[in-house]
Design a protein around this ligand. Structure first.
Ligand SMILES: [Fe+2]
Ligand SMILES: [Fe+2]
Length: 174
């Protein structure tokens, strides 16, 4: 089975390939977050998405910088994982009328994306270290920490939003 359209014969080539995939992921997140902000009801959730949108724009710039220094180009390779995640989010969110339940769905989608990013940046940081790119490893680590922070913030907000989403169904059934 062929996963890539180009041959990858070294960890450095794999690193560049995955940086380009992550650049596509971050660009897709930049497109998706404004729609998620639009659909959010909870003020704190909206603010969390807004501040992470600004961070995500920086994540794109950091990857462009690393790629231009490593490979002399900033073309991405489409990340199909994010493409599917965004599709799923749009379809589920479009089916929910209740604000709190929709917020719960948005938090769930957001956290799935953050965990995908955390796993990806953890790997990229490790490869950068092995390849002797300590400056890039530091930059990737900074992004990783921002993804972790975004995830923790969403957990905090879910502590308030999810019980409120839970009581919505009960009220309707009563
Ligand atoms: Fe990011
Ligand atoms: Fe993120």
């Amino acid at each position: 089975m062929k996963f890539f359209t180009e041959n990858i014969d070294s960890l450095r080539e794999l690193y560049v390939n995955q940086l380009r995939s992550m650049l596509s992921a971050e660009r897709q997140i930049t497109d998706a977050l404004p729609k998620m902000i639009d659909k959010s009801t909870d003020q704190q959730l909206r603010q969390a998405f807004e501040s992470h949108f600004r961070e995500t724009e920086v994540h794109v710039q950091r990857l462009e910088q690393i790629l231009s220094e490593t490979a002399n180009e900033t073309d991405d390779i489409k990340c199909k994982v994010l493409d599917t995640m965004v599709d799923e989010t749009e379809s589920i969110v479009g089916d929910i009328d209740d604000g709190s339940v929709r917020d719960a769905a948005l938090i769930a989608s957001g956290q799935r994306v953050e965990h995908f990013e955390m796993a990806s940046y953890g790997t990229l940081r490790n490869w950068a270290q092995i390849l002797g790119e300590s400056g890039h490893a530091q930059i990737l680590n900074q992004t990783l920490q921002e993804e972790e922070h975004a995830d923790q913030l969403l957990t905090q907000i879910s502590d308030k939003v999810n019980p409120s989403a839970g009581s919505t169904g009960k009220a309707a059934a009563a």
